[in-house]
Design a protein around this ligand. Structure first.
Ligand SMILES: Nc1ncnc2c1ncn2[C@@H]1O[C@H](COP(=O)(O)OP(=O)(O)OP(=O)(O)O)[C@@H](O)[C@H]1O
Ligand SMILES: [Mg+2]
Length: 375
């Protein structure tokens, strides 16, 4: 009994001193940081770093306002290239200066036409018919309206034709669609009828260069920190552009870890940020895409055809019907566009074959996959 109590006491004392130590550390950090929200990925700066492609979108919106004739756009760019931030910023600013409404829905969270419309109309996604919901949407937005559909490639396979695009492009009312995606395959994957009535113009967001990333970091530092070194910002920007697809999130998280890093060197803060973001991205994948990643991570051979066979076996073991090779391959392209794999074309004898290379530690992928599938 005495022994148990002494263990409890020890635990108690340790926890108490640990709390004190952590509070002390948090106190030191809060002296360095004046506004923690600059590290929040949903934070929209008052004046974000404006990229050239943003001006193109503004030009197109203004043209739509003046002429009433919409040109629909597919904004395509890799992870962290500022797509969501740009449209959210325009949603805030444009209606203040132009006779336009801008509405936004994220297809990751509202994955069918029905759910998107329910969200835009502000009702629960049940009860009304699709036609009724669209009618309500039209009566709520009688004036020229830009409809932003973020992460459009994540719409559910149940709505493979992406009905919403068809409805908006065929409407008698003036609607301009701006869809965002990090998949370069997006336009190819659109249903032919939708593509022909929508005629979307692709707008590519180039990867940020080191100067732009540094500018984004400086802006956060100016607003959120009491003190910082310009050299640290330029080093983070250089690592982000040299070793990844210039994901601004990675740069911001590295800056956060550097400030809160308790003496850790910049390179290890960068690696930790990279690991944490990879875990977030993998955890967000759908079951089928994760299964493809699993087959890739555990395959001894890296040829796409062999990985496909492995994926088909996994799917059947889990009582899932595997995708066709074509659909499997477009999932690989998606995994490439979010930076988890690289597709490399190599010569094999007289022909060429595609190899799939993981861009991060295979053990991370297998751990997350095991958690999801091996229950
Ligand atoms: N031009 C910019 N100015 C200031 N902050 C930026 C800029 N571009 C990106 N950021 C910041 O970087 C992070 C990632 O940007 P954003 O979410 O817009 O990327 P994305 O292209 O939508 O990525 P994903 O494809 O993963 O959705 C956000 O925290 C955003 O605030
Ligand atoms: Mg986004």
């Amino acid at each position: 009994m005495g022994c148990t109590r002494s263990v409890e006491m020890t635990r108690h004392v340790n926890v108490a001193s640990y709390v004190a130590q952590q509070r002390d550390q948090a106190g030191k950090e809060s002296k360095l940081i004046k506004d923690f929200s600059v590290f929040d990925f949903h934070h929209i700066p008052e004046e974000p770093v404006v990229r050239d492609e943003c001006k193109t979108l503004i030009d197109e919106m203004v043209r739509f306002e003046v002429s009433g004739i919409p040109t629909h756009h597919a904004v395509i760019g890799s992870r962290g290239s500022g797509k969501t931030l740009t449209v959210k910023y325009l949603q805030r600013v444009v209606p203040e200066h132009a006779e336009l409404d801008v509405v936004y829905a994220n297809c990751r969270h509202h994955s069918t036409t029905y759910k998107i419309l329910a969200r835009l109309v502000g009702v629960q996604p049940r009860g009304a018919s699709l036609a009724e919901l669209f009618e309500r949407f039209c009566s709520m937005h009688p004036k020229k309206t830009v409809v932003v559909l973020d992460e459009i490639d994540l719409m559910s396979p149940k709505d493979r034709r992406r009905e919403i695009l068809y409805l908006l492009s065929r409407s008698a009312q003036p609607y301009m669609v701006v869809m965002l995606s990090n998949s370069p395959q997006l336009l190819k994957e659109l249903d032919a009828a939708t593509r022909s009535s929508l005629q979307p113009v692709p707008l590519h967001f180039r990867n940020y260069n080191a100067g732009q990333i540094q500018e984004i970091l400086r802006d956060r530092a100016q607003r959120g920190l009491h003190a910082w070194e310009e050299g640290t910002l330029s080093e983070i920007a250089a690592l982000t552009t040299r070793l990844t697809n210039s994901d601004a999130r990675l740069a911001i998280k590295t800056l956060q870890y550097t400030i809160m890093g308790r003496g850790k060197d910049l390179r290890s803060c960068f690696e930790r940020a990279r690991r944490d973001l990879v875990i977030d991205v993998i955890s967000d994948l759908s079951d089928s895409t994760l299964m493809i990643l699993w087959a890739t991570a555990t395959s001894k051979v890296s040829f796409a055809k062999k990985i496909y066979e492995r994926y088909c076996r996994f799917s059947r073991q889990h009582r899932e019907k595997p995708f066709s090779y074509g659909y499997f391959y477009s999932n690989l392209s998606h995994l490439q566009s979010i930076g988890l794999i690289a597709l490399v074309c190599t010569k094999q004898g007289r022909t060429y074959a595609n190899r799939v290379v993981l861009t991060f530690d295979a053990a991370t992928a297998t751990k997350i996959c095991a958690l999801r599938f091996e229950q």
